[in-house]
Design a protein around this ligand. Sequence first.
Ligand SMILES: Nc1ncnc2c1ncn2[C@@H]1O[C@H](COP(=O)(O)OP(=O)(O)OP(=O)(O)O)[C@@H](O)[C@H]1O
Ligand SMILES: [Mg+2]
Length: 175
Amino acid sequence: MPGRRRVRVQEANRIAPDSARASAAASCAKLQRAVARKTLFHLRLNDDSDVALARRRSREAGSAAGLPTTQIEELATAVTEIARNAVVHAGQGELLIEVESDERRALIVTVRDQGPGIADVEQALRDGYSTGQGLGLGLPSARRLVDGLELRSELGAGTTVILEKWLPSATPSRE
Ligand SMILES: Nc1ncnc2c1ncn2[C@@H]1O[C@H](COP(=O)(O)OP(=O)(O)OP(=O)(O)O)[C@@H](O)[C@H]1O
Ligand SMILES: [Mg+2]
């Protein structure tokens, strides 16, 4: 479809380069797979108070899923940036926090909106690119704080960002 852009990015900062690449590819493919998931939270994003709630819910989900404190904060910060983008750039959106219930456990956060979409998603993921008043650091920072980020956008139709944060028990089986 014209104007449709999609990019998938995988970060695996905490593992050695070669195995990181292999497990990153495996995990990336997993974003596409039908894996059993349980919904933990689902909320509307209309304003700043919803963004703050999204941050709190991310912390709760991370804590309930057994993430270490630093990783809970990483997830919460990434979710805050993406949720804020939905409010600022699209006017509103919705957020879903799910946990995968198979043996390769991960938290999956999906932020969807029906806003204007992004013309060039690769450019939007670069440090310092902004069409607004911001620093252009929200998307690239979020990408660095999670284990996987997928950005799908269609001009005039909206944007979906999927964040993946591996849970402690999941990491060894992916190496
Ligand atoms: N949900 C969205 N809908 C439409 N455009 C978006 C959306 N999210 C991001 N963008 C586009 O991508 C650009 C980069 O986003 P990013 O979050 O990195 O920076 P920013 O929001 O402009 O500033 P900052 O987050 O640093 O305050 C935005 O300026 C905007 O053009
Ligand atoms: Mg932003």
